[in-house]
Design a protein around this ligand. Structure first.
Ligand code: SF4
Length: 334
């Protein structure tokens, strides 16, 4: 356990900022409502659906046909029969929708919406490391978190998400697993399996900056609060959690739990979704924003639908190999 120093003053206020404090002025809300109407009309004329990740701005949940975590969005992308998918999330997620649904037009409202985790591994580096390790461990399999680019997925034997990573690793016949790119998720998986996990050294800058001292401080001030942490957090943070869950796992937990107050240790956007969907309970957020996720706006979504761009395209050979790794995930991960 880490020493718990009770915070005070502005530090305590920032740690305990309730979600209701989010400032949406009446003027801003009226402008957002106009945009929501405009987007809904464009969705009909463009035969489009909008898929949105749990970390998006709350106003985007108002136009989304489906909101979920990476696994749910990947699954939903396989079921879409609309001509166009507008992906309100980051670049690798829109690529995943295209990999799984190649005949559809996939739009990402802002191409700058990247990911520090996806950026931490390239296909070239992975191919080189894989070859080195296979010389030592001939049975080596590569498991790639879905937070990777399409050409990295193409180098993997199977993909996984935070909610099925352990099942995917357990389901593969190999005893040695190269796990890319998140070192924290790899450490969490290692704690749940007897297989040998070789971790890449990437991380999500949002989750990696959360410290056990911050969590300990909230627990000291609010001992009854239930701590829900995402497995992209550091191991010493996960050690303080009551439950380690994917974002959608957190939503289910909050609905079903008899607890009424939670500290949600992941990107702030999820707390916005919880506030909207579970109004009877109280959520404290970790005040960590992913600036990539927040690049997607209602204005950008409207423009993407109106102009039918920016569009995600992929070389077919990369798409086919990446699709194989994703299909293996569905097969093994449930
Ligand atoms: S929250 Fe982390 S893993 Fe998710 S998109 Fe942002 S940087 Fe990437």
């Amino acid at each position: 356990m880490h020493a718990l120093a009770a915070p005070s003053g502005p530090e305590l206020e920032s740690l305990l900022a309730p979600l209701g404090d989010v400032a949406y002025t009446a003027d801003r809300c009226a402008a957002l409502a106009d945009l929501v109407r405009e987007i809904n009309a464009l969705k009909r004329t463009r035969h489009a659906v909008i898929l949105a990740h749990n970390y998006q701005r709350p106003e985007l949940f108002q136009v989304a046909d489906f909101v979920g975590d990476s696994l749910e969005l990947a699954r939903e992308a396989t079921r879409v029969d609309a001509e166009t998918i507008v992906f309100c999330g980051v670049h690798f997620m829109a690529e995943t929708a295209k990999i799984l649904n190649p005949t559809r037009r996939v739009l990402l409202p802002d191409l700058r919406a990247g990911c520090s985790l996806a950026d931490s591994v390239t296909a070239e580096d992975l191919a080189e490391r894989k070859a080195q390790l296979r010389a030592v461990y001939p049975d080596l399999a590569v498991v790639g978190y879905v937070n990777t680019t399409a050409d990295v997925k193409a180098e993997c034997d199977a993909c996984c998400t935070s909610s099925n990573a352990v099942r995917v690793v357990e389901g593969l016949p190999s005893e040695h697993i190269l796990f890319v790119p998140d070192q924290n998720l790899a450490a969490y998986v290692q704690s749940q399996t007897r297989k040998s996990i070789i971790a890449w050294d990437g991380n999500c800058y949002v989750h990696h900056q959360i410290t056990p001292e911050q969590i300990g401080a909230v627990k000291a001030a609010l001992p009854h609060v239930r701590v829900l942490a995402h497995p992209e957090c550091r191991r010493d943070v996960l050690a303080l959690a009551d439950a380690v869950l994917s974002t959608s796992g957190m939503v289910r937990y909050a609905h079903e739990s008899d607890a009424t107050e939670f500290l949600v240790v992941t990107e702030c956007g999820l707390s916005d979704r919880l506030l909207l969907e579970v109004p009877g309970k109280k959520f404290y957020k970790s005040c960590k924003l992913c600036h990539y996720m927040k690049m997607i706006t209602l204005e950008g979504t409207r423009d993407a639908l109106r102009d039918l761009q920016p569009e995600i395209t992929l070389p077919e050979d990369v798409r086919v190999r990446a699709a194989r790794a994703l299909e293996r995930m569905f097969e093994l991960g449930g």
